[in-house]
Design a protein around this ligand. Structure first.
Ligand code: E4P
Length: 226
């Protein structure tokens, strides 16, 4: 399962990108709004932090077909290779996905609440589909189960499209999808950190150092000298 950070906070991205094995960064207009600066500057800064080999997702904001294409071209011009343009999974969005596919611009069908929406986005040529786990849970349905259903639809129809599960509020939701083998997940820095936020882990790591220090008076193997 690919793992992305769903954030536009540059400090958080720097930290997660340095210490955790993430595949890139996802954003949406609301996330960019939280950074309170020109979104183009934020996106460029994110690209600089993660480098050109990792993936960045940026969303087309215009809701018209022509506007989506213009936004998509601008995003690609701004961020270069390994950029995925998020397009809402609506009828206008499907039309844009089909056109962008023909141009060779990769898209992610976003704002996915139902398996049928995901199916249509994948069929329209989206490279990813992004179901919103926590928002689906909040509507009284089971977000994790819906993501599994979407993964099955993609697999059973041989569709060249990956799941990018999004909108997580806890690491258990992500773990269950990793166990199922979904294509990818994108989470806030806090949820990623929660994967290893565990006093048992911290205690065990420190115990090893304490025992070594009790034996040698040193806290590193290299400190013992040649
Ligand atoms: C990703 O595609 C979504 O934009 C994002 O994860 C939604 O998360 P939220 O429900 O926490 O806003």
């Amino acid at each position: 399962m690919k793992l992305f950070i769903d954030d536009a906070n540059l400090e958080a991205i720097k930290e997660i990108n340095e210490y955790y094995p993430v595949d890139g960064v996802t954003t949406n207009p609301s996330i960019l709004a939280k950074a309170k600066r020109d979104p183009r500057e934020t996106l460029k800064a994110i690209r600089e932090i993660i480098g050109e080999d990792k993936i960045i997702f940026a969303q087309a904001v215009d809701l018209t077909y022509e506007g989506m294409l213009k936004d998509a071209h601008m995003i690609i011009d701004l961020l270069g290779k390994n950029t995925i343009v998020k397009i809402p999974s609506t009828p206008v969005g499907f039309k844009a996905m089909m056109a962008l596919k023909k141009e060779g611009i990769p898209t992610c069908g976003t704002v996915v609440y139902t398996p049928m929406q995901a199916y249509l986005a994948a069929k329209a040529g989206a490279s990813y589909v992004a179901p919103y786990v926590n928002r689906i849970d909040n509507m009284g349905y089971d977000g994790v189960e819906i993501v599994k259903k979407i993964q099955n639809i993609l697999d059973n129809n041989g569709m060249e499209c990956e799941v990018l599960a999004a909108s997580f509020k806890n690491s258990q939701q992500v773990l269950e999808l990793a166990e199922y083998g979904v294509g990818g997940a994108t989470c806030s820095a806090d949820v990623i950190k929660a994967f290893v936020k565990n006093l048992a882990i911290d205690g065990a790591v420190q115990d090893f150092v304490n025992d070594f220090e009790a034996l040698t008076g040193k806290t590193a193997m290299s400190a013992l000298g040649e």
